[in-house]
Design a protein around this ligand. Structure first.
Ligand code: AMP
Length: 576
């Protein structure tokens, strides 16, 4: 939906002053000068993000300003994050974690999560942040796939790990934050190990191509895939944070995303700290009052959030916003789903600021297409490609399509933060490059005459619910494990608040009758197995799931029926 209005900007003096000119002249290698140690290919992102600032004038500046739902608060300077992460790096070394080992963090958004990620980078290990809402099955799939050696968790969440531990032969260590005295075999207490650990740690320098983190993400088929990123990502992370999020030295920045989602790892840890900026972390659920009170209390200046949250704030009304002093805010960005023009309009009215949409994916490792402080905004558009990023719209054969025509959104391979591997699965990795050298994003879009990109939808069946990417196959697999279910087909159903919700069509096995209590039972079952965001909010009992002759579920038929649209070509349908 193109919005005719254009929001023009006042000239900016810092950051990306002129997008189009910079885009024409840009070279990634110029960014290397920013880093202290790219000279001999011996790098470590933790040095650039934390240690470097801890030895300069910024050492007493807050790196992390943390609070939780219960009002507990903590502050950590760059120097204290350095000290804590040095100690924790020693703990990791002492228990035998080595370069290249996969170590998962199954934690709420507590300071130890952030210290843990930095410490893992310091030993050269590969960090795997997990949503604390994950059920045992989701945790197992990830740890099993990349043969994780250790997990850092809390006693509470460890109960879920214990359910699946026997199926994880490579998992040798569990590090328990806030543990009591009783520890099982293979478990160590974070607090007591930290007490014993030395504060002096010698950085493990790595090659820029060595892996830094792994995040599992969904496609249409199969289990989630392990998207793996390297230390080299810091080049893109640093510059996109500076130019898209417009972070400056004295900002107080709040990224609302959890590190279980790539936005929370890249722009909720690395990006701001590579820029030496103080960031706020709130460990708690969405709550209008709480969110506004954080902005007021911490005097947040730059805020990076998601459309679903903004839509919920909009629903809460203008009055809710007026109860707080939000005048510290100077810049707002949004990512993860299409940002409705009406939300942008509302933002201008209520916050007095334009909300800047940007687009990227777990696989791209950093923002690819964005609205910038200096660039006029066309509400509803994702903006223009970041300097150094070549994006185009192509057809299935790789032919570039002219402005206005819908097609596949593709990126020219080779930017610094492009994923390096789908863990242990070369075929899945190659699938992204099936159209010559172009990385196929899986999204459809179009570009207008001025070079602005407009999101159209997914080219596949992947569901985007409140910014969470969910593969229908995962949900269908969990559903058919329920005793009452014989078959299931899952789609994303448009929803005004969450973008899409998960809707499941299920066929019951013999002897089972549809009922509301069965519906609730099924929802709870999927929630416990996968995650709180991955359960079907709607369940419809049907007689049979439409399938191709080769047995593939025809989700487009389910979707068309749901939306009352023509079902299209049904020639491959098993029956009808
Ligand atoms: P994830 O890898 O989980 O961050 O999901 C990436 C996907 O989220 C993209 O491929 C898009 O489908 C969607 N997405 C991310 N940002 C936007 C945006 N600004 N507008 C529309 N869709 C978006």
């Amino acid at each position: 939906m193109e919005y005719k209005e254009i929001i023009y900007k006042t000239p900016v003096k810092e950051g990306l002053i002129n997008h189009d000119k910079t885009y024409r002249d840009f070279e990634w290698k110029a960014v290397l000068d920013h880093f202290e140690c790219f000279s001999n290919n011996e790098v470590n992102i933790a040095h650039e993000a934390i240690d470097k600032h801890a030895t300069t004038n910024g050492k007493n500046k807050n790196a992390l300003i943390w609070e939780d739902e219960n009002g507990r608060q903590k502050e950590y300077t760059f120097q204290s994050i350095k000290r804590q992460s040095d100690k924790f790096a020693n703990v990791l070394k002492n228990i035998g974690i080595e370069k290249g080992d996969r170590v998962f963090l199954f934690l709420p958004r507590i300071p130890e999560l952030y210290i843990g990620i930095i410490a893992l980078a310091k030993v050269g290990a590969i960090a795997g942040p997990l949503f604390s809402a994950f059920g045992p099955e989701a945790v197992k799939d990830r740890l099993l796939d990349c043969k994780a050696k250790a997990i850092i968790t809390t006693p509470d969440l460890n109960q879920r790990v214990c359910e699946i531990k026997e199926q994880l032969p490579t998992l040798k260590h569990t590090i328990l934050v806030d543990s009591g005295n009783t520890l099982e075999e293979g478990e160590v207490s974070y607090a007591s190990e930290m007490n014993k650990a030395s504060e002096s740690y010698k950085m493990r320098w790595v090659d820029p191509e060595d892996y830094l983190y792994i995040l599992y993400t969904s496609g249409t088929t199969g289990k989630p895939k392990g998207v793996t990123h390297a230390h080299n990502d810091m080049i893109s992370q640093y510059l996109t944070t500076k130019w898209v999020l417009d972070l400056r030295e004295d900002d107080v920045y709040w990224c609302t995303a959890d590190p279980g989602w790539v936005t929370g790892t890249v722009y909720g840890i690395w990006g701001p700290w590579l820029n030496g900026v103080s960031q706020v972390v709130y460990d708690g659920r969405f709550d209008t009052e709480k969110w506004y009170s954080i902005i007021e209390k911490q005097k947040v200046t730059v805020w990076y959030t998601a459309p679903t949250a903004l839509r919920m704030l909009m629903k809460a009304g203008v009055k809710a916003a007026r109860n707080y002093d939000l005048s510290s805010l100077r810049y707002i960005c949004s990512v993860g789903e299409p940002l409705n023009p009406e939300v942008i309009k509302w933002g201008i009215e209520v916050y007095g600021l334009t909300i800047h949409d940007n687009w990227w994916q777990t696989e791209t490792g950093s923002i690819m297409i964005a609205n910038y402080p200096s660039l006029p905004v066309k509400p509803g558009s994702m903006g223009k490609p970041f300097p150094g990023i070549c994006a185009k719209i192509i057809d299935a054969k790789g032919k570039e399509l002219p402005p206005g025509q819908h097609g596949l959104l593709a990126l020219k391979r080779g930017w610094p933060s492009m994923m390096r591997e789908i863990w242990g699965n070369r075929d899945k990795f190659d699938e992204y490059f099936r159209v010559s050298d172009w990385f196929a994003t899986g999204d459809t879009a179009y570009v207008d005459d001025d070079g602005y990109f407009w999101f159209v939808g997914r080219a596949d069946d992947v569901i985007n619910t409140a910014g969470h990417r969910v593969g229908p196959f995962e949900v269908e697999s969990a559903l058919v494990e329920h005793d009452a279910i014989a078959e299931a087909g899952v789609i994303g159903k448009p929803d005004t608040e969450r973008g899409e919700i998960i809707k499941a069509f299920v066929v019951l096995g013999q002897g089972h009758q549809p009922s509301d209590s069965l519906r609730d039972d099924i929802k709870g079952f999927v929630k416990n197995r996968l995650a709180a965001h991955a359960y079907p909010r709607e369940i419809e009992f049907i007689e049979s799931v439409p399938k191709t002759r080769s047995g593939k579920i025809m989700r487009r038929v389910l979707k068309a029926r749901e939306l009352g649209l023509p079902t299209g070509d049904l020639s491959t349908l098993e029956e009808e």
